[in-house]
Design a protein around this ligand. Sequence first.
Ligand code: NAD
Length: 485
Amino acid sequence: MNAASQGKRTITAIPGDGIGPEVMHATQRILEAAGAPVVFETAEAGANAFRKGIATGAPRETLDSIATNGIVLKGPLETPVGFGEKSANVTLRKHFELYANIRPVRELPGIRTPFTGRGIDLVIVRENVEDVYAGIEHMQTPDVAQCLKLMTAPGCERIIRAAFAVAVAEGRKAVTCATKANIMKLTEGMMKRVFERVGPDYPAIAQDHIIIDNCAHQLVLAPERFDVIVTSNMNGDIISDLAAGLVGGLGIAPSANLGDRVAMFEAVHGSAPQIAGKGLANPTALLSAAVMLLRHIGAFAVAETIEQALFITLAEGRNLTGDLSPRGHGVGTAAFTEQVIQNLGRTSNAASRAYSALSLTPWPDATAHTEPATRELVGLDVFVESDATAAALGAALEAVCADTAFRLAGISNRGVQVHPPTGGYTFLVDHFACRFLLRAPTDGDATDAIADLLARVAARYRWMHIEKLQRFDGVEAFERAQGEG
Ligand code: NAD
């Protein structure tokens, strides 16, 4: 009989590196003892794959297993230090477009922290594939590095809808959107605008926006005020680790990485090479990730049984692993696992939430595209490398464009206008953004005029890249430099 005909779901299990196989084994034992309706198909990724020369860290058979099963329980994967090899974790996240990173942060019974008793019980929903972590980077000059921060309206919409879906599935009352919209008005601002547009679809859930730095501040001052926080990739990376620190650290934190077709559950911690192979690792984080997995596949009762057994084990404090036993009375992975198994069926004082199925909005396969009613080209930013002064560069470029379709509007250096001078004190590097405005804006793409301007600039200066300055539906689709009128 196959797994499906027994009512069991096949899960791809990636034990991973370091302590991964030990915490995976422990977790699988507990799931089996609890009668969880799953069977595991073991697959490889991480250090072994790199050693075999698989540059992505994830062999084809592993990708095929994940694509077939759709659900993954994953141990930690070592990230090779150095150039060339990509992180296997990032490979898996990007290959399967696991766009939603879900990190529950909750006080666990028996785990004492400076915040114990505050009632911390929140979820951070982090966008997982866009933003600066797309890793689109270029050296612009030998001294100047650039990273593209790409945020998209569909990317923002699906993560925001995922956050509301988490709130609904977990019976939560509020979603807070945390951004840096006050500074990055187009990228981070997009997330805020999409949140305000999508929010009314969820009238039963309270909604607010907070600037991300204040969010970090509030997480420390009053973490109990948060319920669900949705945020962009890098912001989420930082605040989710901060939040995990409030309740006992990364070692006990689980996470889910969700996409439309694949869901991957893992511990937040790494491969802990110092204790690997010694039978000392704490399986709490991977076990908690497995509990999230079980809820994801609808096995709510068994998820609750396991969660309660874990809670009572932690609360009673007998047979805890060394990392949770400050006075050195810790036991090994096997004894802790045995204790959790013995506690299956008991109920702790810490209630589990009333979970229901999480339903993500599926996204169409078609390339996402919005056509504005009007589109106007108003100018061009040309980025040039030069060791000239701003005044000399300005005078030269004014002459360069004198009889072209463009006029020089200004020059900025790292986002600050330096020509015409504003009287500010700006340290200059050899990377100037030269803003040329079309004398007559056009609804065409002005390719000939751009090529003409670029050829004239290139005759005198090295240029690195250009950016079109556009208006979509009459609204400027670019930011102004600091000091620019
Ligand atoms: P780490 O999480 O492996 O270790 C940090 C500290 O926590 C160490 O003292 C370790 O012994 C302890 N620790 C972690 N998990 C534990 C557990 N379950 N039980 C007991 N103690 C535990 O972080 P690191 O040392 O920065 O990273 C080691 C490797 O793991 C690196 O190669 C890194 O790239 C990788 N890593 C992978 C993931 C992942 O796969 N998601 C996440 C983080 C780090």
